[in-house]
Ligand binder design. Structure first.
Ligand SMILES: N[C@@H](CCC(=O)N[C@@H](CS)C(=O)NCC(=O)O)C(=O)O
Length: 228
């Protein structure tokens, strides 16, 4: 079988998406951990944006976590991680887009904002994103997953940020809104999945990781994403 190799960083929630998708598919893969503050000289040849994750499948290099996960789904269709029905499949892709275009950018901006009023505004925006995920996302279907009874790429796309909510609460005093009961149940259920547990880090690890964003000492390697 052609080798699967992930260029990853333990700290990176985007790389977690890829590792989770591969594990949920039951695929064996190798990992190269990239030190994002001291990237190896050869890294630009592997990653044109200079980011993790990158998936190498044989001679194919695939970039960008959402595209990588679609590639994994296309190449290894079983077990399916997207609905078969085209309308449902499109809806799953919408939530993945929402995660990338709305949810995660606001998340990082809340950490990066230096001005208190701006932080409050962005925090309120993030709370609205949570409510939207609750009301129009997971709350629309029978659960327990975003797309209903089966785990999908939507769950794997969002879960890494929910695991990091303790850092949001610690540094910015925002958390999952009380009324997001379905999301709260989903978050607890996802946290118990064996592959999520296999790569989860203790809260102290995330607090240390987000300290640099929160105190303004550095823009943070993930937050460079906002400046693309
Ligand atoms: N849109 C990218 C974002 C990946 C990303 O921002 N990765 C960060 C780490 S979490 C990174 O590699 N940063 C290195 C840099 O920007 O120099 C994806 O979905 O894969």
């Amino acid at each position: 079988m052609t080798t699967l190799h992930v260029y990853s960083a333990e700290v990176c929630p985007y790389a977690a998406r890829t590792r989770l998708a591969l594990m949920e598919k039951g695929l064996a893969f190798e990992v190269t951990e990239i030190d994002l503050r001291h990237k190896p000289d050869w890294f630009p040849a592997v990653s044109p944006y200079g980011k993790v994750p990158v998936l190498k499948h044989g001679e194919n290099l695939i970039w960008e976590s959402a595209i990588i996960n679609e590639y994994i789904e296309d190449t290894f269709p079983d077990p399916p991680l997207l609905p078969r029905n085209p309308a449902e499949r499109a809806r799953a892709r919408f939530w993945i887009d929402f995660a990338n275009v709305k949810f995660t950018p606001t998340w990082y901006r809340v950490f990066l904002a230096r001005d208190a009023a701006e932080r409050a505004r962005l925090g309120a925006e993030l709370m609205d994103h949570f409510r939207f995920l609750e009301r129009d996302g997971i709350g629309r279907g029978p659960g327990p997953f975003f797309m209903g009874r089966a785990l999908s790429l939507v769950d794997l796309t969002l879960q890494p940020w929910f695991e990091r909510i303790p850092a949001l609460a610690h540094y910015r005093k925002f958390s999952l809104p009380d009324e997001c009961a379905r999301l709260r149940d989903w978050m607890a259920m996802m946290a118990e999945r064996p592959f999520v547990r296999a790569i989860a880090k203790p809260v102290a690890y995330y607090l240390e990781g987000y300290r640099r964003y929160a105190d303004g000492s550095e823009d943070g390697v993930t937050a460079r994403e906002l400046k693309r």
